[in-house]
Design a protein around this ligand. Structure first.
Ligand code: HEC
Length: 161
């Protein structure tokens, strides 16, 4: 019964949002290995709720940005250096999501083991290089807007080129 109801809700969604959801959730090439929306996916990167409320063109600009504001290059005292999203702190330990791994791997480290943290210059946001077509980009953004705000409006591929 519950499944039937969920299925009906799902099939009532506009086809563009359904296509966008498939692209978003794709295990190897999607977004859900780093972003959580509607309770699905892993919250490595920032929550997309804020971005979802913006115009499609602003969202695509964020997705294609070559500058990062959260990601750091972490260097440990043992010499290990990796691009990371700083995560939860727990007493004297901190968890970093190691973005050199796909999917990003949580890595718990004592704060005292961290040699330095500086602005990332090497890690690139994956959607930059995945070669999505404008139509696919529009589908993904339609899903992000729907999942983040409930907005079911169509996104025109011309608006996200
Ligand atoms: C490998 C992990 C990873 C994947 C895959 C990924 N992202 Fe991200 N994303 C991040 C990280 C980390 C940031 C934060 C970058 C920074 O430091 O500014 C981010 C930032 C963003 C932002 C800006 C959010 C804000 O508030 O600043 C948007 C929008 C976004 N991602 C959407 C997507 C979409 C849509 C996809 C799939 C097509 C995707 N991302 C795939 C990790 C990822």
């Amino acid at each position: 019964m519950l499944f039937a109801a969920l299925f009906l809700m799902q099939s009532a969604l506009p086809p563009q949002i359904q296509r966008g959801q498939v692209l978003f959730m794709d295990a190897s090439k999607g977004c859900a290995s780093c972003h959580a929306l509607k309770g699905q996916g892993t919250a490595v990167g920032p929550d997309l709720k804020m971005a979802a409320s913006l115009a499609p063109r602003a969202i695509v600009t964020m997705m294609r940005s070559t500058l990062t504001s959260y990601v750091q290059t972490v260097k440990l005292k043992n010499g290990d250096t990796f691009p990371a999203m700083p995560g939860a702190k727990d007493g004297t330990a901190v968890t970093f999501y190691d973005l050199s791994k796909m999917p990003p791997a949580p890595r718990k480290t004592e704060q005292a083991e961290v040699d330095s943290m500086r602005n990332n210059e090497t890690w690139k946001h994956p959607p930059l290089t995945r070669g999505y077509t404008p139509a696919e980009m529009a589908d993904i953004i339609a899903y992000v807007k729907y999942a983040g705000t409930g907005d079911k409006k169509k996104v025109d591929p011309d608006d996200v080129e």
